[in-house]
Design a protein around this ligand. Sequence first.
Ligand code: AMP
Length: 564
Amino acid sequence: MPQPSYTRGRQDKPLLTLTIGQAFDATVAIHGEREALVVRHQGVRYSWRELAAEVDVHARALMALGVEVGERVGIWAPNCAQWCILQLATAKVGGILVNINPAYRVGELEYVLRQSGCRWLVCADAFKTSDYHAMVREVVPELTLHAVGELASERLPDLRGVISLAAEPPVGFLPWTALAGRAGQVELAAYEARQQGLQFDQPVNIQYTSGTTGAPKGATLSHYNLLNNGYMVGESLGLTEQDRMVIPVPLYHCFGMVMGNLGCITHGSAMIYPNDAFDAELTLRAVAEERASILYGVPTMFIAMLDHPSRAALDLSTLRSGIMAGATCPIEVMRKVIEQMHMAEVQIAYGMTETSPVSLQTGPDDGLELRVTTVGRTQPQLETKLVDADGRIVARGEIGELCTRGYSVMLGYWDNLQATHDALDPAGWMHTGDLAVMDDEGYVRIVGRNKDMIIRGGENIYPRELEEFFHTHPAVAEAQVVGIPCSKYGEEVVAWIRLHPGHSASAEELQQWCKARLAHFKTPRHFRFVDEFPMTVTGKVQKFRMREISVEELGEQFAPCGPA
Ligand code: AMP
């Protein structure tokens, strides 16, 4: 009888049965004077006690603004100290933080605010080419007409107000700096009673993941989901209060806010944000100047750091470990990270937003081969199985869809029973859409995806979303989108376009049109104009053929790929 592709992680590490607020308070009580948060681009340096003071003031201010248990508060900002403060403050008052990708444009912003029913939005002022205030005003033109907290918006009826992180925001926005002044309106006893009333199984966060079908879906995650995942990831890294972790990955994604922030919070390790968004040099400098021991990143970030001319002059010898996740790591990159960046214990993690995120991870003792060919073994307290198209477990060595079960599986998609039902089966397994093989020792190799998704530089892009979007362009009759391999970003986006007869549009025009309306990373790098698409006899578009043709045609051009 061949062994089935099923494994269970270690059972000897108990799960935490705390809210995020309780876990944070426990760390503050033990490590109060040690450094907790360093935000280099803002000049912020907080001890755990100082961070706790910020969190408590802002949590009480949220209560003063009327945020009730279960109400949603959106955050639309690149990495900054306020992101971390708000993450903890919302958790402490029982709010649900809604992560909004800083690269979103107006249409994407409006969709997630409406779908999640956000009561409050906290937004940055500007970042790269995004003017957040202008975009918010486009969605909520009524902002200047109502008193703070009494907004009545036609397009976003649940929204009560918008808080700006700008020093002096325009009329209509409540300045973040004014929040502390409101904290006193809520008695300390009321704040404490609120915290005591919370349960660890309550939802605390919504993270949007686009779908292969239709609009983005809000993975709804509990304290128990996220806290335990951060904790288990940290345990695998052997984190202690002596560790200092550089977090260049975005906080709006679980890599930053769970594996980063909650990994540190559960172990008393210092969180160090090198910049508002990834920058290879600033990340390397943060490691050297902060004497960091842990560094996170997607493979694309490590490639950029390895290639950076200033790396050689910087002392990275304090590094010992870190995590590479989000996409497959090329062997040469892993070798260099170990040899040239001193990360002898670097680990690979695999997971997805819906599973908090990490399900499998390599261990500190796994050899180089295992760290580049597999994503390790099942995390403690979780189960993994690989199934065929009929949902039956395949034998070891055979390809199957990876499914995860256990504490980490999301509560469901926000206000979307059908999508929840499609992703989670009645026995509680999350179907990931990733294809994998399990060996006799339980190591899992990711071999492909049966979901139509492109991963470019760690960002997920759903072809279906782009294809539907192109239909809103007057000249485009049909669009098909594929990903092709790229040495710099892992994959690049190619759009095949069929124009309406008599219409014209150039690649540049379509690129500009996308950039103005979509998060920048979704803009296709290459366009190919066609009269028809490769089809099967049954009339299905052959994406694999389109991929082959694009690779053949673009050949030399796409390695390395530049920014779109
Ligand atoms: P997200 O929900 O943004 O975290 O993306 C999850 C998807 O990223 C997974 O379903 C995989 O397709 C991919 N992914 C995550 N980690 C890895 C990894 N270590 N190796 C290969 N693919 C990965």
